[in-house]
Design a protein around this ligand. Structure first.
Ligand code: GLN
Length: 455
């Protein structure tokens, strides 16, 4: 049985490892005091949770009561949370040990973890490279072995893409499967808390712990959670769809080879492969950036120096708002607020916002149609492996295009997971994305386990 001493030693070992990995800049705050207090209140004899004693890090846009939630933004640098996120209290209650908050792109906006008041986070595989974003700190803290599991948030790929860049699993659950209570809103109709881990078991156990209805989030689902029960036989009966629109010429050659290798491997195991079509997939980036910037401009209006956020004083109220928001938001966040405000302004609302909503509805229907014929969909997670720090920071559109394979699923709200699958010749990890129908996460876990067991 696990003893209090063993748990305390885990925390001390974490602190030693943290010292050695400070150069990664993945941790914004260590929470060893809090973790030790939690240990003293655990009733170990009664606890049979598989998460007991697992070390967790939490993206710094998810609330932990009495501790800062900065969202890597100047505007929240001094903000302390008044309540625990539901996912956080569920981990606490299971005996999981939350040990750190992690670096991110400001308010979850970015794909490289370079837009942060803490400075860029680095990829543990090669520190010249980005860990991906926005949950880069979460991915780096898992890949470097600092923690077992991390909670991130995924609005358009922010869990799956960093998981792929760092060579670990990263799940975005079905929209509504995990409560968003205590997750700082970026684009509320897209945001989901997601899970990053090196092992599938830790990921699945965390998923089962944090999923399920929460009275504090009225978009959380009351659908039943079916415990994951692996059957190799039924996994072999799956049909996997390959959407032709995702096989772009611009994909990196190694990523393309890896997809081919996976298809060959699945076929060899008699799993059926079928070419399918999501015709509007290539419109996803446009629709995503219209809808998420619109939602972001509205969600971020609360940071005005009055309701939330560090105030920058001025002689009148208008200038106070202006100074506060000009000085305390970073470049990428401002870009999105401006874009979103424009999109929602009268005269443009119909041509942009409503149009993008229609595209979203059609993409959703195309996924629903596709899942009439297949159990899962397979795509790359990202068009390339990790890129170098600084490589895309001056070119927002290129940065946005790195989400091309993850945003369609976010528009539809279906679950999707990065499965690590080897590396390129420089040793940078490659990830593949498996997608299932709504609330069918177990099918994704099954195929991942099948690959694990049989490769
Ligand atoms: N990289 C995407 C963006 O910048 C996704 C962000 C996210 O999922 N939080 O919007």
């Amino acid at each position: 049985m696990i003893s209090i001493d063993i748990l305390n030693k885990k925390i001390d070992d974490f602190l030693l490892r943290k010292e050695k990995t400070n150069n990664l800049n993945c941790i914004t705050q260590e929470l060893s005091q809090r973790a030790k207090q939690k240990i003293s209140s655990l009733s170990l004899a009664k606890n049979s949770s598989p998460l007991l004693g697992k070390l967790f890090s939490i993206k710094d846009n998810i609330n932990i009561k009495d501790y800062p939630t900065t969202c890597a933004s100047e505007i929240l640098r001094n903000h302390k949370s008044l309540y625990d996120a539901t996912a956080v209290s569920r981990i606490d209650n299971s005996g999981g040990l939350i040990i750190a908050k992690t670096n991110l792109d400001e308010f979850g906006m970015g794909s490289s973890n370079e837009f942060s008041i803490y400075g860029p986070c680095k990829n543990p595989i090669n520190t010249d490279y980005v860990p991906g974003g926005s949950s880069g700190g979460s991915a780096a803290s898992v890949a470097s072995g600092l923690v077992d599991v991390s909670l991130g948030s995924d609005t358009g790929g922010s869990v799956r893409q960093p998981a792929s860049f760092c060579g670990i699993y990263g799940l975005k659950p079905t929209y509504g499967r995990v409560s968003r209570y205590g997750l700082t809103a970026f684009a509320s109709s897209f945001d989901q808390i997601g899970i990053l881990s090196k092992t599938l078991d830790d990921l699945v156990n965390t998923f089962e712990c944090i999923s399920g209805y929460d009275k504090y989030d009225n978009t959380s689902s009351t659908n039943k959670i079916n415990k994951f029960d692996y059957s190799e036989k039924s996994t072999r009966d799956y049909t996997i769809g390959i959407p032709k629109e995702f096989m772009l010429d611009s994909i990196d050659a190694t990523v393309k080879n890896k997809i081919d290798e996976m298809i060959k491997y699945l076929k060899k195991n008699n799993i059926k492969i079928k070419e399918i079509s999501i015709p509007l997939a290539n419109e996803s980036i446009g629709a995503y950036y219209v809808l998420t910037t619109a939602e972001a401009s509205s969600n971020l209006s609360r940071y005005d120096g009055v309701i939330y956020g560090d105030r920058v004083d001025a002689s009148d109220i208008n200038n106070m708002y202006k100074n506060t928001r000009t000085r305390n938001f970073g470049e990428e966040v401002k870009r999105r607020i401006i874009l979103g405000t424009f999109i929602l302004s009268s005269g443009y609302y119909d041509s942009y916002y409503n149009q993008a909503l229609k595209v979203r509805r059609l993409i959703k229907n195309q996924f629903i149609d596709a899942f009439e014929d297949v159990d899962l969909i397979l795509t790359p997670t990202s068009p390339s492996p990790a890129f170098k720090i600084g490589e895309k920071i001056k070119d927002p559109v290129t940065m946005y295009l790195s989400d091309i394979f993850t945003v369609p699923m976010s528009l539809a709200g279906v679950p999707a997971m990065n499965v690590p699958f080897g590396e390129n010749k420089e040793g940078l990890p490659i990830g593949l994305q498996f997608v299932s129908n709504y609330f069918d996460e177990n099918k994704i876990f099954s195929i991942a386990k099948f690959i694990n067991n049989n490769i």
